[in-house]
Design a binder for this molecule. Structure first.
Ligand SMILES: [Ca+2]
Ligand SMILES: [Ca+2]
Length: 95
């Protein structure tokens, strides 16, 4: 990935907004780099990295074990909602 799009609209200084499920979903979908409609562990890691996770690798592994219902090691679009719910509970924010 060459360039990262600038963060959307600038919130007021010191204001932190918890990402909505919609926003989380968009971020995850955007990280399906090879557009196979599956999020591999590597793609997940990059998504959590963008979310500002301290340990993106760890989060990717946890997210997978939480949401990977069919145990194929990837998150497909049916499993994405579970992943979004998992990430939502972590309360990621944009500043
Ligand atoms: Ca993919
Ligand atoms: Ca799966």
């Amino acid at each position: 990935m060459g360039f990262a799009p600038k963060k959307i609209d600038e919130p007021k200084r010191g204001d932190r907004h918890t990402l909505t499920k919609e926003q989380l979903k968009k971020i995850f979908v955007r990280h399906d780099i090879n557009h196979d409609n599956h999020l591999s562990r590597k793609e997940l890691k990059q998504a959590f990295d963008e979310l500002g996770a301290f340990f993106p690798n760890f989060r990717a592994a946890r997210g997978l074990s939480h949401a990977d219902a069919n145990n194929d090691g990837q998150i497909d679009m049916d499993e994405l909602d579970d992943l979004v719910n998992y990430a939502y509970k972590l309360g990621y924010t944009v500043s």
